[in-house]
Design a protein around this ligand. Structure first.
Ligand code: NI
Length: 261
């Protein structure tokens, strides 16, 4: 079964057909979905989806673009949500210097605080990092990384950065971008990163793979991503699906042979 490690089904792009689309994913070979929150209101929405669908799990955290809304009160609330039994990670958290929606000092502060939160709650992290490789690594090192490790989602850096994240025990999230014609750098990274450190992800509704590029993404398109990784690695798409499922279960469930009841 495919383990979708990063989707946003609480996004308004799914408002018209969410409850038809999610059950259909099961018939498309999607065994597990990690639904990732981005702001305070989406934390509640993600947990509600995880409560409704047995195969959906949640990550609770505040995206760097939304760290402007964090304060001590809602941070305390966020911590409580991390105790929910279907919250398996803190995320997505990190730094985004491409959009620079929030002052960098504010992004850095809440990234560090949320890394510490993950350690306190004994959860792994889902990291969003764009145009900020050095600061991301520096903060992760200063926070002594995270005991449970995590994933660098939608990896967009060089092989040299990949080496540093791998050395810290982290995994690399690979999605639709790997199928884009101009994604040579990412394909080089995929060739470099060992198979047991790769997770499949969509970032739905964003970043649909070719041949659906530009359309609304969904986990049902993950076979296109798996096929591209298979081509790069010289293995079969089934093997990519099988290994990445184990990788995701090891990270999020703490057991690579986890089976949903
Ligand atoms: Ni995302």
């Amino acid at each position: 079964m495919i383990f979708e490690s990063h989707a946003h089904y609480d996004d308004e792009a799914f408002d018209t057909d969410r409850d038809e689309l999610l059950p259909r994913l099961r018939q498309q070979g999607i065994g597990y979905v990690m639904n990732i929150s981005s702001d305070i209101s989406s934390v509640s929405a993600c947990i509600a989806l995880a409560e409704k669908y047995p195969f959906v799990y949640a990550a609770a955290g505040i995206h760097p673009d939304d760290t402007g809304e964090l304060n001590e009160d809602n941070f305390e609330w966020l911590k409580k949500q991390c105790g929910h039994k279907k919250v398996l990670a803190v995320g997505e958290i990190g730094l985004d210097y491409y959009w620079d929606n929030v002052e960098r000092e504010v992004q850095k502060k809440w990234f560090a605080r949320q890394l510490a939160l993950a350690n306190e709650m004994s959860l792994p992290v889902v990291i969003h990092s764009r145009d900020a490789a050095k600061d991301t690594l520096d903060i992760m090192k200063a926070e002594k990384a995270v005991e449970k490790r995590g994933v660098i989602h939608c990896f967009s850096y060089t092989k040299e950065s990949a080496r540093e994240f791998l050395a810290m025990g982290y995994l690399i999230g690979v999605g639709g971008v790997v199928t884009f014609q101009n994604a040579k750098k990412l394909r080089e990274c995929v060739a470099y990163v060992p198979m047991d450190r790769i997770l499949l992800e969509t970032d739905s509704p964003y970043l649909a793979p070719v041949p659906y590029r530009g359309k609304r993404n969904c986990s049902g398109y993950l076979p296109y991503v798996a096929e591209k990784i298979a081509e790069i690695k010289g293995i079969s798409g089934e093997e990519v699906i099988e290994v990445t499922e184990k990788n995701a279960k090891r990270l999020f469930m703490g057991n690579e042979d986890f089976e949903a009841k």
